[in-house]
Structures are given as C-alpha cells and as structure tokens.
Write a protein that binds this ligand. Structure first.
Ligand code: SF4
Length: 122
C-alpha cells in the first residue's frame, strides 16, 4: 500500500503565488489551495518530473570578455543540472558567438539545447 506524503508548495506560474497543499500517493497527486487549473499541473510536474531552466556562464576565448551567459532553451530535469553544468565547464567556446546560437544540442538527451544569451563578436 502506497504511503501518502503531504507537502506545502507555492505555485510560481503567475504572481498570485497560490499556497497549495499537495498529497502524493504513489504517482497520484491531489492538490488543494489553487485558484486555477495550472496549479495542479505545476504541482504534479514538481513532484513527478521537476524541471528548471538552466542559466549559467561559460568560458569563451575572445578579445573582449572571458565568459558568456548561456541558458537552456527549455526546462531540463532538476536532477541533471549539476551534470550539465559540469559538461558546460569542460566545453571550450571561441568567439564569434551570436545570441541564440546553439552551443550544445539536446544536452544529455534532455531535448533542450544550450543557447547563447548574448553575442560576443571577436
Ligand atoms: S494556481 Fe493559477 S492563479 Fe494560482 S499561482 Fe498558479 S497559475 Fe496563478
């Protein structure tokens, strides 16, 4: 028999910031305290498949700067963030890089690309 776990969670989808109570039983999620249907969807994702947008900086060989801001094109599994950042630390970049360039496609099979958040011309 599955044990029920009770969690308090704040929905961060909109500024309303609903405080929700979430009951987790196996892979089932029962949510209360939300003001719209996005709350339970957010809670289920947070419990069953938590994802985050990865934002960080990478070293770049250039005349002007030493680092460039990068981010993931979509949410990536929260439990893969450390491994992804380790991979980005080992990856060498050289200018020029344009904002939106794909630095690493489908990072660790997540389906998300790592893209440049700014441009470095030379
Ligand atoms: S449950 Fe709906 S109203 Fe509440 S914070 Fe989430 S998106 Fe906003």
């Amino acid at each position: 028999m599955d044990k029920v776990k009770r969690m308090n969670m704040t929905c961060i989808i909109c500024p309303e910031g609903c405080k929700m109570e979430v009951l987790v039983k196996g892979r089932g999620v029962d949510v209360s305290g939300h003001k719209c249907k996005k709350g339970p969807l957010f809670a289920a994702d947070e419990v069953l498949n938590p994802q985050r947008i990865l934002t960080t900086t990478m070293e770049i060989e250039s005349e002007d700067v030493h680092r460039i801001a990068v981010r993931s094109s979509a949410g990536v599994p929260k439990d893969k963030l450390v491994e992804m950042i380790g991979l980005l630390r080992k990856t060498r970049l050289c200018a020029p890089v344009k904002m939106g360039d794909v630095i690493i496609a489908d990072i660790l099979g997540s389906g998300a690309n790592i893209i440049a958040s700014s441009s470095v011309d030379k």
